[in-house]
Design a protein. Structure first.
Length: 397
């Protein structure tokens, strides 16, 4: 799925970008938020800190993030370190004793506080001693109100004032003349939406299980634990094993019994292929396409005296990343892959990198890399036959 974060620059008096405010967006072209409150704040946090990346969003500059009362009271966690963001107390928050205590606790932990859309008499004055920034909405205040707000500098010289929602050049000029230190608004720049692709929680679970299964030292007990920890996966795997054992008198009734009957390697293959189907939510034809690439990599590698399992893994992950529309580095980087597989996927280097390049050239109808030998057409037909049978088995279980 795609996640989107709005980012609007905040400028200093010299016209340089001093910080960014991060805003919730639900689509690449969205100009405003469609969700509000704690949901929007949570999604901005998750997107900014775990998906898009704070470095990409802001570099070394601070980020301003809106917080609702849930976060200020500690009912929802602020999951990042204090140096990463300025926490904005929304103007909709009713400042009572509990809010003051909650903000004080955040400040004690090192967080920097800003008062958003401040209006005199709102009760937010109680936070002046804890805040570092006061943001003043030029569209929502009169010139007299703005001057009155700035007059509190005499009693609170530590506060920095941000002029926001500057819509015209006259607004910018007035803000400079009044002595504001920071400036934000459409007259300077509009929010830009930064998007990134990420995996849903269910797909992340699949990737986690794949990583455990693909670890070079995974043993029988670990495989049993992985499969047993997912009831749906256990059921499907047992059904598949009993289908494979059709015609025999014995039927397996436990994951451990299935592993003993078929062997750890075969069970790992079954579960891996099922997880690939779950991860990509692919139909039979798409599953077959993934398996063709993986098996073709295996056949080419084995014909060159390389490890077939490692080549299969490289081909499989490369194809899955392509189907998900995400960089292979984002998928492979989270898995404990063997160095040869990691080098092939992340850098295209090593013998397996050459195998991947050969398969990709064949898929695109371009000349293979130098040194590619063997009957790739025959290998492709063999991979296609195997993948079609296997995909049908997976989808039927």
């Amino acid at each position: 799925m795609d996640v989107h974060v709005g980012r609007q620059a905040i400028y200093d008096r010299q016209g340089d970008i001093a910080a960014y405010e991060l805003l919730f967006r639900n689509a690449p072209g969205a100009s405003s938020a469609t969700n509000g409150g704690a949901l929007a704040t949570s999604q901005v946090m998750v997107a900014a800190f775990t998906t898009v990346g704070l470095d990409e969003l802001a570099g070394s500059r601070p980020c301003f993030i809106n917080l609702t009362a849930d976060f200020l009271l500690g009912e929802l966690p602020v999951p990042f370190a204090p140096e990463h963001a300025v926490l904005e107390v929304l103007e909709t928050v009713d400042v009572d004793d509990r809010i003051v205590q909650g903000v004080a606790a955040l400040v004690d932990r090192g967080y920097v506080i800003a008062l958003d859309d401040f209006v005199s008499g709102s009760g937010h004055e109680r936070l002046f001693g804890l805040a570092s920034y006061v943001k003043v909405d030029f569209l929502g205040t009169t010139a007299e109100q703005r001057q009155a707000i700035l007059d509190v500098r005499a009693a609170h010289p530590h506060l920095r004032f941000v002029a926001e929602r500057l819509e015209t050049a006259d607004d910018v000029a007035e803000a400079h003349a009044l002595g504001f230190e920071l400036f934000q608004g459409y007259a300077l720049s509009r929010p830009a939406v930064v998007s990134a692709r990420t995996l849903s929680a269910s797909r992340l679970r699949c990737v986690h299980l794949l990583g455990l299964l693909m670890a070079p030292d995974v043993g029988l007990d670990r495989i049993v634990s992985i499969v047993s920890g997912d009831p749906a996966l256990s059921y499907r795997m047992l059904k598949a094993v009993n289908t494979a054992a059709a015609g025999t008198a014995h039927r397996v009734s436990s994951v451990h019994e299935a592993v003993v009957m078929l062997g750890a390697a075969q069970i790992r293959n079954w579960v891996t292929l099922m997880l690939i189907g779950d991860l990509t939510e692919a139909g039979e034809e798409q599953t077959a396409d993934i398996l063709v690439q993986a098996q073709l990599c295996r056949l080419i590698a084995e014909s060159a005296g390389l490890a077939g399992d490692e080549a299969f893994t490289a081909g499989l992950l490369d194809a899955v990343a392509g189907l998900l529309g995400m960089p292979v580095s984002a998928l492979a980087g989270s898995l404990p892959l063997a160095p040869a597989v990691s080098d092939a996927l992340l850098h295209g280097t090593g013998p397996l990198g050459h195998v991947l390049a050969t398969v990709q050239a064949h898929a695109h109808g371009t000349p293979p890399p130098a040194g590619s030998d063997g009957d790739i057409l025959g290998q492709h037909l063999a991979a296609l036959a195997w993948a079609t049978r296997t995909a049908q088995a997976i989808r039927s279980n």
